[in-house]
Design a protein around this ligand. Sequence first.
Ligand SMILES: Nc1nc2c(ncn2[C@@H]2O[C@H](COP(=O)(O)OP(=O)(O)O)[C@@H](O)[C@H]2O)c(=O)[nH]1
Ligand SMILES: [Mg+2]
Length: 681
Amino acid sequence: MEQYGLENIRNLCLLSHNGAGKTSLSEAILFTTKAITRLGKADDGTTTSDYDPDEVKRKISLNLTMLPCQWKDTKINLIDTPGYSDFVGEVKAAIRVSEGAIIVICAASGVEVGSERVWAYSEEANLPRLIFVNKMDRENADFYRTVDELQSKFGSRCIPMQLPIGAQSDFQGVVDLLTMKSYIGSPVKEAEIPSSLQTQVDSFREKLVEAAAEVDDRLLEKYLGGEELSLEELSDGLRQATISGKVTPILVGSAIQNIGIISLLDAVYNYLPSPKERDVVIAGDSGKPGTIAPSQDAPLAALVFKTSADPYVGKLTYFRVYTGAIDSNSQVWNATRSEAERIGQLFVLRGKTQEPVSQLRTGDIGAVAKLGVTGTGDTLCSRDKPLKIAPILFPEPIFSQAVQPKTKADLDKLGTALSRLVEEDLTLQVRKEADTAETILSGLGETQLEVAAEKMLRKFGVNVKLDIPKVPYKETITAPAKAEYKHKKQTGGHGQYGHVLLKLEPLSRGSGSEFVDKVVGGRIPKNYIPAVEKGVNEGLHEGVLAGYPVVDIKTTLYDGSFHPVDSSDICFKIAGAQALKKGLSQGQPILLEPIMNIKVTVPEDFTGDIIGDLNTKRARVLGMNPEDGTNVIEAQVPLAEILRYTIDLKSITQGRASYTATFSHYEEAPPHVIQKVIAER
Ligand SMILES: Nc1nc2c(ncn2[C@@H]2O[C@H](COP(=O)(O)OP(=O)(O)O)[C@@H](O)[C@H]2O)c(=O)[nH]1
Ligand SMILES: [Mg+2]
């Protein structure tokens, strides 16, 4: 097995809007580097990357996929990622373990919202990147329009280092502005620069040379002095500029036609950093982050960035080594959980293929099966020198569905299946809603939850239906009321007798419920009082309006009577519950609904549309804070109105907005809502 030095590794993720061609490009890269011998097609579900049955079925990527290959003397750990916003958890994990990224842009569709999003993520992560303008062969492909759009959205640092030769059905190849050579066709042939392109080539080369010279004073001086810079100097300058983020080189090609791939690989090789050039961010002592240098000689530190669960293969743990090395059949220390972990056979994954390896060294990425305690985000290290690598920050769930098992057998296996899913995808969360007795699965969007449900069936044989969650309404009274109930029965032997008088009073919102015993003179013996309270409390579980729990109420037991032989706990419990029911009906009951605080972050142009939509949702807008180009709208809105808000927001803004919601308080529901809820009950 070949081992790669730190300088000879590139951990590289492909990022973009869904459909720009990442998966097709990853396939072309594997083919060009001879990691595979047949070029699969995304549309046929035959790519190395989209091997998962759910991906094949939907013809989109749902998971990050490791696709290592070799270019020259360097190992490229290529990571394909999904473009849908529902799956950003995978994108975040891929970015976290990469030193560089290729942002793929469709030459016909331009810079779409998903690409703006991943651009922002790579900015956050300080990730050097290249832009690949793909699909130059497509109808409507326009390189120069795309470059203008890139520069207006991401700034003038986006600079072409190639120009296309021809476009659409006439797309033939690329001109490299650094080497000043043309490469056409597939397999690629070197050619003359077409004379028709000369003016453009000269003008774009000028800009590239200037940008490459600017990062280095010595080069700049030479350049300003009118001296010609050598290819090596230019290349060095461009490398520095790219790694420092001052320049993002734009390359061009067609994944489907396998054009521009060699130049792209050369650019990855020449201009993107190796693991050696990035310090490792660790969670230092006392929680303060620090950095350490990546080193092969240091003790082991590896970050787990993905866990996949398979009922047959078992659990597969993906990790990246940041310092030291990890060996097959060894023992390591999980610093996150403070537990030892046995490592079996190590693998390098390429799509679904697992290649066994004996060791993985600094900078490299691999996987291991069947770990015991380890989960995504954990650090594996040496017990003598424990440390924690800064964990991956995943977004909080914003969309929830109720999970309903179809049969009793499905119900029995539901818990296990759900905990596996949540282990695999840290953007999913499961909880039991006590008030509605529903199991709630939350995530980032509808597609993600649908895929999760399909996975449960396919992998764990659990059949579920997803539904909009019930709103946990509550009930209360608005007027004081008195109620009396006498439970009296004469059957055969000795009878039943319990008699109570209750006073009910409304309490302020958020007070809960209170029970007070004001019985005097032993009119109900002390030992029966707890039974009355129990009856009242049970009665409070189901209100008289629509069966929702009753809150914010004070119940006073002030009188009653008993029978020396026929009275019992159970009789007083029944009397308490029944008296409460009568009292609730007389207390002008109302329905309370949960109100949420929401914060919507939206581009300024959409502010009006968002406010308009919120107004149709019975929202109270509390404030607006403009922040360079975006607006943060704060509002209170009933939960019932925003159960599908992610979907609404996406359609209003084409995915340009995001929001968070937290519970605020309960509030009286308006009459039309009460009527609807009662009718549904
Ligand atoms: N014409 C053309 N189509 C492409 C090219 N690259 C990808 N596609 C098509 O674009 C669609 C989405 O491709 P895919 O690789 O799945 O995109 P991803 O979502 O970014 O992974 C598929 O129908 C591909 O066949 C290209 O270079 N030229
Ligand atoms: Mg894809």
